[in-house]
Design a protein around this ligand. Sequence first.
Ligand SMILES: Nc1nc2c(ncn2[C@@H]2O[C@H](COP(=O)(O)OP(=O)(O)OP(=O)(O)O)[C@@H](O)[C@H]2O)c(=O)[nH]1
Ligand SMILES: O=C([O-])CC(=O)C(=O)O
Ligand SMILES: [Mn+2]
Length: 618
Amino acid sequence: MTTLVRPPLVTAPLPTTHSRLLAWVREVAELTRPAAIRWCDGSAAEWEELTGELVRAGTLIRLNPAVKPNSFYTRTDPTDVARVEDRTFICSRDEADSGPTNNWVAPEEMKATMTELYRGSMRGRTMYVLPFCMGPLDADQPMFGVEITDSAYVAISMGIMTRMGSDVLAAMSAGGDAPFVPCLHSVGHPLEPGEPDLPWPCNETKYISHFPEERMIWSYGSGYGGNSLLGKKCYSLRIASAIARDEGWLAEHMLILKLTSPAGKTYHLVAAFPSACGKTNLAMLEPTIPGWQVETLGDDIAWMRFGSDGRLYAVNPEYGFFGVAPGTGWHTNPNAMRTIERGNSLFTNVALTNDGDVWWEGQTPRPPSQLTDWMGRYWTPDQGPAGGTPREPAAHPNSRFCTPIKQCPILSEDFDSPTGVPIDAILFGGRRATTVPLVAEARDWAHGVFLGATLSSETTAAATGKVGVVRRDPMAMLPFLGYNVADYFSHWLELGKQHSGRLPQIFYVNWFRKKADGTFLWPGFGENGRVLKWAIERMEGTADAVDTPVGLVPAAGSLDVAGLHLTPAEVEAAVAFDADEWRTEVPLIEEWFDLIGERIPTELLTELDLLKSRLDED
Ligand SMILES: Nc1nc2c(ncn2[C@@H]2O[C@H](COP(=O)(O)OP(=O)(O)OP(=O)(O)O)[C@@H](O)[C@H]2O)c(=O)[nH]1
Ligand SMILES: O=C([O-])CC(=O)C(=O)O
Ligand SMILES: [Mn+2]
């Protein structure tokens, strides 16, 4: 079913009877004035057609089918390479509800501004209507969305990242018209008659706006993933977190994995790490310790609800991986390599090899002798890009692969379960060169929420702005919260009180602690399985820990380091709690709590006092 109609959309047979959807599509078409409207069906034929058009337009390059079948490469405009946090807005009716960590503009004012930007913004382009569902379509309450976009790149990417197309559209009106989240996106580059298009149209003016009360998203000016694939961060985190607060569940920036011990016992873990801090890698972990096995359920987002048995269950709302390319290789994340090798993938801002394959820093120990870099320039390992400087990487640090989750060789068979998997442990982690030990176990739920609430990390290339600056990133949700951060902490604490019987155990981790020479103390990647093993053994009551002011860290000999090429002193340095470093950290936590202001729950202030008094005793 492919419906290509000319506005105002009344002449062709319409693919749905959903009246709110039809009215909205008509309204957007009248405002944005596209040359054509296409209802996407998510079929293979549609993928063929759209990728073909994008190749002709110069947006995509088809990769060598012998190495990457049915896969494509794109370079964005060099100014449109990451999420734009300073242009991201939570437009709640009351400013206080967006909280101290979000940008806020009153909804009516934002709508007025953006309506003028959208006026005629799709002229000369096709408007794509993408019906999608976050999470399984057979869920009790399927979470529908419809994205309207003038980008074919967004249309095919959403086809990978979400369950998208005719099945979803049919389900949306199967039992009466279902509610859905309207997601409007325009690259903001209309074409005048005869004007040639650009390979990557976008606009200097960017807005990524969320209307949490109306459950609605408006995005303008950027084609880059996190700003334009509106089912992902915008819906599944910012809008969903607001829905979850209202309905008593959690929408979190977390991977989901299943772990099987040598004895055959299974566990499920979720882990929240900020962008570009290791979620995709941990989700696809290949443990180095014998007998332990990981299966993947999700690498970025977890929706978690309490079941009738009182346990917390997690579902991954997504259908694909939008993973960081640099650092992904056979020695670090072989399962990601196997996933993309199967083809059907899009690569953005990586480097291109002479034989039509993709490359990025860390894929192989040494780069090929020549490449075309992410800006289309001739690049060599010695000289860097032509006209650039020798140390410029060939792939942008935030370059990405976009690939179907079903291709992951270790995907858990529970992936499509509408109720999800029961969670045994929650990990919070960041990228800290100092201070935070390799692993610490929280004393209880409130202490775990405190560890999550004060989580900190060095900024990365996943968002525009300076890289390497330490900032608080509560539960790795700082850029993804759809409401007031203080209310979010209260929500976590409240859920803990309501379900105190069988709560997951909370742990704090840091793979990124460094030695004085700047290299990592802990080898990471497959070796992180050792930390998961320790966490499981803590829950089983078989591993020893030392009580420190930040939590319970591994006692000497309790972390399995057999076969690891680290000296006992190095292991000790990785797991150590350092009181002086924490005395330096406390004022930063106080500053953070001051910023949050009066709405902060008292339990967290109590936890901070407890940390301080324990440090005084230390
Ligand atoms: N040193 C070290 N680096 C790691 C480890 N895990 C991941 N990385 C690197 O950190 C970067 C980001 O890792 P990802 O797993 O893609 O991070 P992510 O949290 O999924 O990032 P987003 O997709 O932006 O949310 C990559 O360059 C990885 O190679 C680790 O255990 N140790
Ligand atoms: O949202 C994006 O563009 C990519 C991503 O996963 C992140 O930044 O966390
Ligand atoms: Mn990721």
